[in-house]
Design a protein around this ligand. Structure first.
Ligand code: COA
Length: 671
């Protein structure tokens, strides 16, 4: 039996990628699901089935329109768009799905209808074709109980817009083969989605949050208007509940799903009767708000937070999904600004308790915590941990920011290492990145604006993020970086402190900091020269011109030890490397090092972008000074301080602002 690991790409399932997908239902979400998978796997054949030819025609038009827009926005080239729109067919006849190896049902939320559809599907497809339903609420047990081959069936619940929203719930129900869940998670993760595994309860994990959040908002209409409630909710979500209900035409859905929860779990879930009599809510758009009297605002805030905390503790207590998946899913799928557990972490405990007490009083029956609130916060939010043959594999998981590092993430990695480093059953560690694209896209640029102009704070932030790296330098047990995609800036700085590096063949490394008007402050100006002096000129180019270092070149230079063709081979190599280093690994040299001279160059990056001469001068000064420093620690300190200096320049202000505004920086204007 194949048990799922937390990082879906660590194990390669026996089954390969799908070749022919059928989507049943040409409404809005079905074709969007098809478009997502065709964009990721252009060779895929896609068949869209519906009883209405008009709906199929409209879906095909929308499909072509998506591809046209992707080209216009530069997200795809015309050849890719042509491949995505080829091999896409619609039919009203189920016979068209005979040779499908995956069928996704995305029809109306009605149990009998879904069962009838699956009977038709099963009568036609092979006995090992995968069958999944996109239901948002109906348990798999009920939908699939009449199938002859239940083991190949489950729920895969997507979120709107399904072509872009990364979240997808995968339901691990008792009838599904464990291999099915492993395969689905592997396919999703490989194609850019973030699969979140849940148990088979009504509304699974995220719709328990969303439906009850909306239902509670409707209950509050006794006290305030929809616009007022959405305005208060905007502290927590990008779009208020009533705005989203309008967008998704969600009123009948909440009535349906909350009735299901009420019938199963108690009357406190009963939907607000008003959902049946209102079609569209009069409310404010995201970013806009109306004034709400303080007392009403306080009551609304308490109830919204109350329901959020109540559902959260219930999901964790019943192990419907993991705490980390819940927080991540609320942000990626539902548009929350922070996960509910992150909110709980920020709140004084007495405040959280008061809010829950008030909910218990006003909404008797709603779930309450079964353990002290602090216990709900004991989990890693930004990393996944798996065990492979006594090696702990730590996966950086911040898919919303290409696994960018911040001090909380580095502290979590350090905490995991400290937990196991004295455990004789653990041989060592592998650090890798989540998903197919990035090991880590560097330090989280979102954290930089608050440091600009404050040399001390910026230098201290570098020191804080370096706690992990300094610990790695001193460790006995080996830590191997498995570079599964781009490793940029701080991501590469983390990898270069691991005791060995292995990489995917198509991965690459880069130090793009000077293109942001800042310096790589957590080791890149120091470590490469002491660790790989033979590659010093390459690192000069990486630091001063943002040259890319491709994995093959890194192998030739001795920076990387081995290359892998796919992610499971990469992890196998990394685990083997940990085991090979069990007897010890080389330390980064402590002594000063001689550097090749900096060749004169125009202040330009390899991409042609003009760089700031001020930033380059700071960089060159720091690299030279650090090379002469008597110890590694002294050299690293020079790097932290130089990062602090760079944070006080006009170039840093311009570079960081330009990244936030998604434009090229204009360093010529600032020097
Ligand atoms: N810090 C914070 N967020 C980051 C990030 C970083 N270092 N790198 C990427 N992201 C975010 C992006 O802002 C984007 O978020 P959004 O979807 O909310 O807009 C998301 O990750 C996806 O990145 P995107 O830029 O859309 O992907 P892409 O494939 O078009 O480009 C990169 C990828 C890596 C080239 C581009 O994101 C980039 O230049 N990132 C900065 C790299 C860097 O300079 N690192 C060193 C930092 S010191």
């Amino acid at each position: 039996m194949q048990e799922a690991l937390n990082n879906p790409l660590l194990q390669r399932p026996a089954r390969s990628m799908p070749r022919h997908l059928a989507v049943i239902g040409a409404g809005s979400i079905g074709p969007d699901i098809g478009y997502y998978l065709k964009s990721a796997l252009p060779e895929l054949k896609l068949t869209i089935i519906d009883i209405s030819q008009a709906a199929i025609d409209a879906a095909l038009v929308r499909f072509a329109e998506y591809a046209r827009k992707a080209v216009a926005k530069g997200k795809m080239n015309p050849q890719q768009a042509a491949a995505v729109t080829q091999q896409v067919h619609g039919s009203t006849d189920y016979d068209a799905i005979k040779d499908c190896d995956w069928v996704i049902e995305a029809a109306t939320e009605n149990l009998d209808l879904k069962r009838r559809i699956f009977a038709q599907v099963e009568a036609r497809v092979a006995s090992d074709a995968v069958i999944t339903s996109n239901t948002s609420s109906l348990p798999a047990e009920r939908i699939f109980s009449e199938l002859r081959h239940k083991e190949r069936a489950t729920v895969t619940h997507f979120f709107a817009p399904a072509w872009r929203n990364p979240a997808v719930e995968v339901i691990a129900w008792s009838g599904a083969a464990p291999e099915l869940v492993v395969w689905l998670r592997w396919v999703f993760c490989n194609t850019g989605k973030v699969p979140l595994t849940t148990t088979d309860v009504p509304c699974f994990m995220l719709d328990r949050i969303f439906d009850n959040w909306c239902n509670e908002a409707a209950m509050l209409l006794e006290r305030a208007s929809a616009a007022e409630i959405d305005s208060v909710a905007s502290e927590f979500v990008h779009a208020g509940p009533f705005f989203v209900l309008n967008l998704a035409r969600g009123n009948p859905i909440i009535t349906e799903t909350n009735t299901l929860q009420a019938d199963e779990e108690g009357d406190h879930y009963r939907p607000a009767p008003i959902f049946k009599s209102v079609e569209n809510w009069l409310t404010v758009a995201p970013g806009k708000r109306v004034e709400v009297p303080a007392a009403a605002a306080g009551a609304i805030r308490d109830r919204l937070l109350g329901i959020l905390l109540s559902q959260t503790v219930d999901i964790v207590d019943r192990a419907i999904g993991s705490a980390a998946d819940l927080d991540l899913g609320c942000c990626t799928a539902l548009g929350f600004k922070s996960g509910p557990l992150a909110l709980l972490r920020q709140m004084p405990e007495a405040q959280a308790q008061r809010i829950l007490d008030r909910l218990a009083h006003e909404r008797a029956g709603m779930p309450m915590p079964r353990k002290p609130l602090a216990d709900y916060l004991r989990f890693e939010r930004h990393v996944l941990v798996d065990d492979l043959d006594g090696v702990k594999v730590i996966t950086l998981r911040r898919p919303e920011a290409l696994n960018a590092l911040h001090d909380e993430m580095t502290d979590e990695i350090l905490a995991v290492i400290r937990r196991y480093e004295n455990d004789p059953a653990v041989a060592g560690f592998v650090i890798t990145g989540y998903g197919p694209k990035a090991f880590c896209a560097g330090a989280d640029i979102g954290r930089f604006p608050s440091m600009l102009g404050d040399k001390g704070a910026a230098a201290q932030y570098s020191r804080d993020c370096s706690r992990l790296l300094v610990h790695l330098d001193a460790m006995q047990k080996p830590v191997v970086a498995a570079i599964n995609g781009m490793a940029l800036g701080g991501g590469f700085e983390l990898a270069m402190r691991c005791h060995a590096l292995v990489a995917l063949e198509q991965s690459w490394m880069q130090l793009p900091e000077v293109s942001l008007g800042i310096l790589p402050g957590i080791g890149a100006m120091v470590v490469p020269y002491r660790r790989w002096p033979q590659a010093a000129s390459t690192f000069h180019g990486m630091l001063r011109r943002c040259d890319k270092l491709k994995a093959k070149q890194a192998l030739a230079l001795g920076v990387v030890d081995a290359l892998a063709k796919d992610s499971s081979e990469l992890i196998t190599l990394a685990v083997a490397r940990v085991q090979a280093l069990a007897q010890g690994h080389a330390r980064i040299a402590d002594a000063p090092v001689a550097l090749p001279a900096f060749e004169p160059m125009d202040a330009k990056a390899a991409s042609g972008m003009a760089l700031s001469p001020t930033t380059l001068a700071l960089l060159e000064g720091a690299v030279q000074k650090a090379a002469q420093a008597p110890t590694l620690a002294a050299a690293l300190e020079i790097g932290y301080l130089a990062f602090g200096d760079s944070a006080c320049t006009a170039a840093a202000r311009e570079g960081i602002a330009a990244f936030g505004e998604r434009r090229a920086p204009d360093f010529a204007a600032v020097g």
